[in-house]
Every structure is written in C-alpha cells, then in structure tokens.
Design a protein around this ligand. Structure first.
Ligand code: ATP
Ligand code: MG
Length: 563
C-alpha cells in the first residue's frame, strides 16, 4: 500500500519556502526554551514536537535552552527533570544552552543601549509604571526619569548590578515610544534587580536580571537559531523581538553572532495546546503539588509528562496525539477524550489481557477433583503470534460478586442457580448450584459444578454460552492495589471559571480497590501495560514492590470520543 503523503503544517511550509530561497545557507536551527521553574506538561510537548520535529525533518539541529532569567522561581531539580522527560519522549537535542550563559553579553549590550541613549533607569514603582502604560487607544505617559543624562543612567545601572540598590527600587527600561499602538513598545523593562534569591547556576554574581523580551531574541541570535518557534501569545512581542535585534544586526552589527551582519533569527507562532478537564499552567500545577492536592508532579492525574508516563501513556501515543491535533494560528480546546482515544488505540494492539477481580467472592467447584491444572491462554484473543500465558485453574476461584445472583430473572445471563451455563474465561463451563451467607446475609461462597468436557481449546470448548465471566484461582492469586484514576477537574475548562481552580477539582479522581489478579502478574515490571478484562487498561506503577503490586488505570475500555 502506498503511504499517504501528509500535508505540511504552516511552519513546515515556511521552512520549505526559506530553504527554497536559500536563506541562512540552508541551515535549519531551532531550540526548545523551557524555563526551569516546573515540570514539563503536555502543552510543552506540543512545542517540543514542533521544535525537534522541524530539525529532524529538515536535517537541522534543535538545541535545548534553559530560559533561566528569574532566579526566584528556578531550580536545578527542574533542569534535570526537563532533560529526562525530553529523552523519554524520544527526542535528541544538539547542545544544551542556558540563557544565564549570556548574562555578561546581555549586560554589555544593555550598557551599549544606555550609551546610545536607548535605555534609562526608572525609579518609579511597578504600579506607577503600569499606570503610565496607557491603553491600546490612549498613549502612555512618559516617566519623569525618561530623559535622565546618559552618564547618570550608566552610573545607576552599574550601582544596580553592584547590589547598591534595593530590589524593586529601580529598573532599566528601553527608550522606544510611549505612544506606540503596540503596548510592548512603550518603554519595556529590560532589567530588574533580584537580590533575594541566588541563581541556581550563577549564584550571587548577578544582581540584575534581563527580562524575557531582552533575553530571548538575543539568545536565539547568539546561538544561530534560524526559526524561533513559540506560541501565539508571543505574536504581539514579535515586533519588540525584531526591534532589539535591529539594534545589533545589519548596519548596527555588533559581532555577537558568528553568522555575520545579515543573519537574524525569525520568530514564528502557533496555537497553544489546551485540553478539557485539566489545566496547562506550571504555576497552577505547582500550587496543586505544594498544597498536597495531588501526590506530586508525577501524580498520574497530572498533565505533566512524568504524570502521563505514570498514568501509562507511551511516548508514541503522545506523539500520535500531537500529529492528530496539528498546528494552526487559532486557539482552541482539545477534548480529553482524544488523548484517551490515542492511548487506547495504542494499547489495544499491545497490552496482554489478564483477569482481575475487583470485588471478589469465592467460587467452589464442588465436582472438581485433584490438585488443579495449568491452562494456556492467548495474551490477546485471536492473536496467537502475540504470545500466550499460563493460567492456574483449581477447585477454588475468585469471581466478581456482581457475576452471581441468588435469584435472577431471565435477563441475567451470568451465574445463578437454576441450570444456566456460564463460561469461565478461557477455561470451563460451569453452573451455579447455590451459595452460603454470613450472619448479615452477605454471600461468602458460591457453589458450582463444572463440565470437564467443555475446556476452551478442545472440541467441547466450542460450546457457546450467553455469558463469559472472569476468574482468578485462589491459591495462586496475587493481591494488587488498583488505583482508578479519573479526570482531575470536574469542570470542562477550569481556567475560564470564576471560581478558584482548587475548588473545581474532581472529588472522585482517585478510587483505590484491592483486587485479586491472576498469577501471571506476579513478575510484572514497572511500566508493563495490561488490559484487565472488562475493567480497562492499566500500567504497573512506580510504587510497586516485589510483594506489593500497584496498578494504575490508564483509561477505561469505552471510547467516548466523538469524531
Ligand atoms: P506555563 O504557562 O505552563 O508556565 P510557559 O509558557 O511559561 O508555560 P515555558 O517553559 O516558558 O513555559 O515554555 C517553553 C516553551 O513551551 C515555550 O516555547 C512555550 O511557548 C511552549 N509552551 C508552553 N505551554 C504550551 C502549550 N500549552 N502549548 C504549546 N506550547 C506551549
Ligand atoms: Mg514562559
């Protein structure tokens, strides 16, 4: 069969056009620029697939750059987990850079801007500066410090860096245009003082730190990035990105890039990923973790990469999801059902089917003689090539309490005394004969007889019954803690809700049951995937120990995703 050609997304079209025009001598360089202030979430993966995907497809390179310009929020813990998560997703970066590597160059550039009369030190409070910004239709008001002499600006900025000025007392602003319809041009802040937190890499060497707008484009430029791809909220920053680059490229060439005066990176924007019933913000996720509302960044309900992994998502499924949603210029909301759909489709092909009993009641087969036996069952029905496993069978089995009714009408096809035949999954046909109850009337044991000539895989195995039920042999059964996860939030779009997002959590997002599972799971390893028959897809959790199996529900069997 001929492979269907996938149409290019709009960024790929731009890249192909640039290549056709011979831009950057055919060089393609992207970067993924996380701020190490939290764990990566599935929104970041959309950017990762784009940044790394473009480099892979067009023989370029994608570097990893930590955008570490705010020491108050950043930490090496985050640097390490970001690297680990990207590697787990299956992407390879070229080099690792840190914006903090450029602190000296950026500082020198700021000094140059001051000397050229393009920046000034403002002593107003953040509130005053915000008040003077104006609105998109009304011009802003100039700061009383806007026309400070260059010498004074230099002296004050150097004093800021020496730690002589208190945090919050002064900022360095670009002197651009207080009436520009693009608010980002109204003398944006270039530098602020942070002395309350040491930087995780540069310690206390720096007292002033560059703002995003002054650091990002220059970092791209120092490294030789050709396509600086980001999300749509940065579209309004793009003119400022270009403005700062204009000051150091072309006729203003300052020799800060090896690629010469004509080279400059270009910013391109695509739509963010938003998914229903969750949040896509590191800040909110950090709150959930800090306040103990989830078990950690890798809680299987979290939309983080490590949470998804623990939930049982595979890198392949996550990448398939990104392919399906694609890249556009329009913000939207993706149905969580689509995410579940792709992992379900993935596991459908690979996860062995096994029996697990969530609400067990004992079944005794009164006419079964002997020590028990070992049956062979296919891992996935009808797919012998995908392997088989052994199932212990014997006189005493665990079955689901709900699969037996002492008195049932003729719409109930499972076990009930009165002659109806029911097949035990991959084994024999049985008939219930009665049950035993405790003083409270709860059934403690169900009794049945079996037909020795009805074994699956033999001629008698072809005999049809109206129902098949799951079972696990009592002596060999393994106890498992099964964690039934559901969506983290009770409302479709927590970010658009007026209430505090913490009040919108789904109170039923985790239920734990102690199940009996078949002996073949005894040696299951971390990250092994299974379909527990009639229950859903599950993965072995990191909390599992040799004598304590923990299974997480990845998703249910039922696909509610409407195409
Ligand atoms: P958050 O809002 O969760 O704090 P962020 O944008 O501040 O995320 P960064 O570490 O700055 O996080 O993001 C690194 C890259 O990931 C940026 O290029 C950003 O555009 C991209 N990114 C972040 N969130 C999303 C998202 N929901 N969808 C697509 N890309 C995203
Ligand atoms: Mg950001």
């Amino acid at each position: 069969m001929e492979e269907q050609e996938k149409s290019l997304n709009f960024i790929e079209q731009i890249v192909e056009q640039d290549l056709a025009e011979g831009k950057n001598d055919g060089r393609i360089q992207t970067r993924f620029p996380p701020e190490p202030n939290g764990y990566l979430h599935i929104g970041h993966v959309k950017a990762i697939c784009m940044d790394f995907g473009i480099a892979e497809k067009y023989n370029g390179v994608c570097n990893l750059r930590f955008d570490d310009t705010n020491p108050a929020k950043e930490d090496t813990e985050y640097v390490e987990t970001i690297e680990r998560d990207i590697a787990w997703l299956g992407f390879k970066w070229g080099k690792i850079f840190y914006a903090s590597d450029y602190f000296q160059q950026l500082y020198d550039l700021a000094i140059r801007f001051i000397k050229e009369g393009k920046a000034y030190v403002d002593e107003q409070t953040a509130e005053q500066i915000a008040e003077q910004k104006g609105t998109p239709t009304e011009p802003g008001v100039a700061s009383p410090y806007r026309d400070r002499p260059i010498e004074e600006n230099l002296r004050l900025f150097e004093a800021m860096q020496r730690g002589e000025i208190e945090e919050g007392k002064m900022v360095l602003r670009a002197k651009i245009d207080m009436a520009n319809p693009n608010m980002h041009f109204r003398d944006p802040i270039m530098y602020r003082i942070i002395t309350s937190h040491p930087h995780h890499r540069t310690g206390t060497k720096w007292k002033v730190y560059p703002m995003y707008d002054f650091a990002h484009g220059q970092s791209d430029y120092f490294e030789g990035v050709t396509h600086s791809i980001c999300t749509l909220e940065f579209e309004v920053h793009r003119p400022l990105y270009d403005y700062f680059l204009d000051q150091i490229t072309g006729e203003n060439f300052a020799g800060l890039s090896p690629y010469g005066p004509d080279y400059r990176p270009k910013q391109r924007e695509f739509n963010r990923l938003n998914i229903t019933y969750t949040v896509m913000s590191k800040r909110k996720m950090l709150t959930l973790v800090k306040e103990g509302l989830v078990a950690g960044w890798d809680d299987p309900r979290m939309p983080t990469v490590c949470g998804l992994r623990r939930r049982g998502y595979t890198p392949q499924a996550i990448r398939t999801f990104m392919d399906k949603i694609g890249y556009t210029k329009v913000e939207g909301m993706i149905d969580q059902g689509l995410l579940e759909h792709v992992i379900r489709e993935d596991l459908k092909e690979t996860a062995p089917r096994v029996c697990a009993i969530f609400d067990p009641v004992k079944l005794v087969i009164t006419n079964y003689e002997g020590e028990g036996e070992t049956l062979i069952a296919e891992n996935i029905d009808g797919h012998e090539e995908l392997g088989t496993r052994e199932m212990k069978f014997g006189k005493e089995l665990w079955i689901e309490r709900g699969d037996f009714l002492e008195e049932a009408d003729n719409k109930f096809y499972r076990l009930s005394p009165g002659g109806r035949e029911v097949r035990l999954k991959a084994s024999y046909i049985i008939q219930a004969t009665g049950c035993e109850k405790d003083a409270n009337g709860n059934i403690t044991t169900v009794y049945a007889t079996y037909d020795p000539d009805s074994k699956s895989g033999t001629e008698g195995g072809n005999r049809k019954t109206k129902a098949t039920i799951n079972w696990v042999e009592c002596n060999s059964a393994v106890d498992a803690e099964v964690r039934l996860y559901d969506r983290l939030f009770a409302v479709e779009n927590p970010s658009a809700d007026e209430r505090d997002f913490r009040e919108l959590l789904n109170p039923d997002s985790l239920k734990v049951v102690n199940a009996k599972v078949e002996a073949s799971l005894k040696d299951a390893k971390m990250q092994d995937h299974f379909q527990l028959l009639k229950q859903g897809y599950f993965v072995v959790d990191d909390d599992s120990k040799p004598d304590h199996l923990v299974l997480n529900r990845t998703c249910s069997l039922k696909d509610n995703y409407l195409k």
